[in-house]
Design a protein around this ligand. Structure first.
Ligand SMILES: O=C(O)CCC(=O)C(=O)O
Ligand SMILES: [Fe+2]
Length: 328
């Protein structure tokens, strides 16, 4: 293989990313796996149904936000071993509950967000109630603070520079999100999963997230559990190198992606946010109180993703001094 060949191989993930990110043309979605159309013959041979564990009466429906597990539909993607897609297992009120948690509560202290570097904590604590989504009489011409929110970290706070977690950058993981993640983990066969760190991403219509792997966690045997709310996304799931052509998948509001097994350390990206093409999100806030409708206005042009991870090996409650340096 010549040098040129190997460079081209390395760029496969990036080329596919650029293809879906490009705004210069009408995007061709024919290769994108859409689990809303599982009978679509084009992609039928690329996926298979997963049988979930329906033995979890105690943990199912955390905060009463999910449908009974017997109604969940879950799929594998043959090219991505270990990956499980669960088609929106939430009730409409359940989705509204999690969207509210992400906008109203998770950005507040002691959690960390991209806004911390710019504004005082109490401005963040009140930013939802003071936003023009809620206070419609507000004639504040400056952009809402909430529109500048890009990420929040929970539990062990992701260090964007060093990519190393530390005990000194740890706060309580939200118990409700821990129960939700445990329910999904248990249903997909990971009943020892402990939610210890999460990133909540806030995407706007032109946002994207480039190809990366998530490998800061000391223990990589447990899955990443990823929840999507609001506008849809094209999610690219590749392999262990950027030479592996990624599989494009549509993630819609309520969908859950579980990156387990080999897919836990696979390259992945979000090249594009797509306006919801059906009643998915509009329906959520149909006939709601004004307080709820405010969340509907935000989510009409935004996507929220919560991805939850276990950091420590089973049974270990804290990081020991050598743990941080064990990761790269
Ligand atoms: O937004 C998504 O679906 C993926 C987010 C992600 O991969 C990350 O935050 O590491
Ligand atoms: Fe990621």
């Amino acid at each position: 293989m010549s040098d040129q060949d190997s460079v081209q191989d390395v760029d496969v993930f990036k080329n596919v990313f650029k293809f879906y990110k490009s705004r210069n043309k009408i995007i061709d979605l024919s290769d994108v796996i859409d689990f809303n159309e599982v009978d679509n013959t084009r992609h039928h041979d690329k996926i298979s149904t997963v049988n979930l564990k329906d033995n979890m009466d105690k943990v199912i429906s955390p905060e009463d936000t999910m449908k009974p597990i017997c109604e969940w539909e879950a799929y594998n993607v043959s090219a991505c071993p270990g990956f499980i897609f669960i088609k929106n297992p939430f009730t409409p009120a359940g989705q509204r509950y999690w969207i509210q948690q992400c906008l109203r509560y998770y950005p507040c202290k002691p959690n960390i967000s991209n806004l911390d570097a710019h504004v005082a904590p109490n401005s963040i604590d009140n930013m939802w109630t003071r936003s023009s989504y809620v206070d419609t009489h507000q004639n504040n011409s400056s952009k809402d603070l909430i529109d500048r929110l890009r990420w929040v970290t929970l539990g062990y706070h992701h260090n964007w520079d060093t990519k190393v977690y530390s005990e000194s950058m740890r706060t309580e993981f939200p118990p409700n999100l821990s129960r939700l993640s445990k329910a999904v983990a248990t249903a997909t066969g990971h009943d020892k999963f402990e939610a210890q760190a999460a990133i909540v991403n806030f995407y706007h219509m032109h946002s994207s997230l480039s190809g990366h792997t998530d490998h800061s966690e000391i223990h990589m045997e447990e899955p990443i559990i990823s929840f999507s709310f609001g506008q849809s996304a094209i999610f690219l799931l590749g392999g262990s190198t950027k030479a592996v052509p990624p599989v494009p998948i549509i993630l819609r509001s309520g969908d859950v992606a579980v990156m387990a097994g080999a897919s836990r350390s696979a390259y992945h990206a979000v090249p594009r946010i797509l306006p919801t093409d059906n009643c998915h999100v509009a329906d959520l806030y149909h006939d709601c109180t004004a307080a709820d409708e405010a969340f509907g206005k935000y989510i009409a042009s935004a996507r929220i993703n919560i991805n939850v991870r276990q950091v420590l090996p089973p049974g270990q409650k804290f990081m020991s001094s050598g743990d941080g340096s064990a990761t790269t």
